[in-house]
Design a protein around this ligand. Structure first.
Ligand code: GSH
Length: 207
């Protein structure tokens, strides 16, 4: 088994799908939660000056989607065919488009910026983007016979989307009483025993 080391800040955000994949397949790894002080030292030694970074026996990978896709391929949840892989990738790309907007809220929250300004960003930037993004997810789920986003089994896209729904839920950008289909999907992914076990024990954060 390779030696895996994950470097990220002490939040779920971009690294959590990677942590969930490791939990799902019982893969041991070192979960380095980098402090802001440590980051000043580390930044220039990372491939792209950002986190997350995954080290695999010394081999380094930057970019959260590349890491997720790499592990998904290794552990068999990238998609059953090249077409399913492309579908899973495209859903993750759609999520990346959305978090461009969501992060304008989360980064201000992380750095404790003015609550009035955070509210303006939430209402004028995140809510319209979330409406568009959630409509896309609902359309994908409406076309799914299995309840998974792609094909008839779990892919890494389900993990990425379900974990981001946790963040949307915690920050009031989705309400499963209104969005029943999304709630059903969320429950389905979180009912997978290894994921349920991990989520019950993990260090929880608002994003
Ligand atoms: N596209 C990159 C974005 C990575 C990113 O924005 N990382 C942020 C934390 S969420 C970071 O490293 N910020 C510190 C910095 O830029 O100095 C990915 O998906 O991994």
């Amino acid at each position: 088994m390779p030696h895996y080391e994950l470097y990220y800040f002490d939040v779920r955000a971009l690294a959590e799908p990677i942590r969930i994949i490791f939990a799902l397949f019982d893969v041991p790894y070192e979960d380095h939660r980098v402090t802001n002080e440590q980051w000043d030292e580390l930044k220039n030694d990372t491939p792209y000056g950002q986190l997350p970074v995954l080290k695999v026996d010394g081999f380094e990978i930057g970019q959260s989607s590349a890491i997720g896709r790499y592990l998904a391929r290794k552990f068999g949840i990238a998609g059953q065919t090249p077409e399913e892989e492309a579908q899973a990738d495209s859903i993750v790309d759609q999520y990346k488009d959305f978090i461009y907007f969501f992060r304008q809220f989360t980064s201000r929250t992380y750095y404790n910026e003015d609550p009035a300004e955070i509210k303006i960003v939430a209402d004028t930037v995140v809510r319209p983007a979330a409406e568009n993004y959630l409509a896309i997810l609902k359309k994908v789920l409406a076309n799914s016979k299995s309840g998974f986003l792609v094909g008839d089994s779990l892919t890494w896209a389900d993990i990425v989307i379900a974990d981001n729904l946790t963040s949307l839920l915690k920050n009031g950008f989705v309400d499963f009483k209104e969005e029943k289909q999304l709630g059903k999907f969320y429950e389905k992914i979180h009912a997978i025993p290894k994921i349920q076990e991990y989520v019950a024990k993990r260090k929880d954060t608002v994003v």
